[in-house]
Design a protein. Sequence first.
Length: 224
Amino acid sequence: MHILIINPNSTASMTRSIAEAARAVASSDTNVTAVNPEQGPASIQGPEDGAAALPGLFEIFDRETREGRYDAIIIACFDDTGLLELKNRSSVPVLGIGEAAFHAAMLLSGKFSVVTTLAVSVPVIEENIAAYGFSRRCAKVRASGVPVLHLDGPEGQAEGTIRAEAKRALAQDGCDVIVLGCAGMADLAASMSRDLKLPVVDGVAAAVGFSENLVRMRRVKAIA
């Protein structure tokens, strides 16, 4: 099985981190290729960045999928940038890490809260949750105040801020699962889950798991 992960922003270091997180949870027979556009916003924070990322995202999607090498594709932006259009033009499953994280959270809990980066990202995520029909299961979308590109900053600094916001969510929102609202937070999920003693969902891991199972289901259906 071969999964393509597209990071819609142009920051290669984030793409490498996303790839590492994906390979850590992928099955032994799953290959992961992660790419990003060379042009476009360095991070996606809010609707303007999302719109600016679309040309590069669509170009790299078309180029990478032309030969039909991939069994599934993951769009590694929590805003699910360009997701619906790419689903409509693909013959293989295309998942967004936002939608995958929400599905995983609902399988694990009654209510979830999202901890994302900046406040400008909150309306986009709320709109997606409503469009997917998940609003009744989402307690709140919270901004940690940590910019996307600061997630690779001094060790522990961003994590401490995000962890503190997650603790506020647990104390105030009535949720029993935390969803990390950025692909750059992927490496925080395991340690935060141990610390908070409840599930902390990373959309990259969720999307990889769902992609693998969707591909297997398609294969079983095709053989039957």
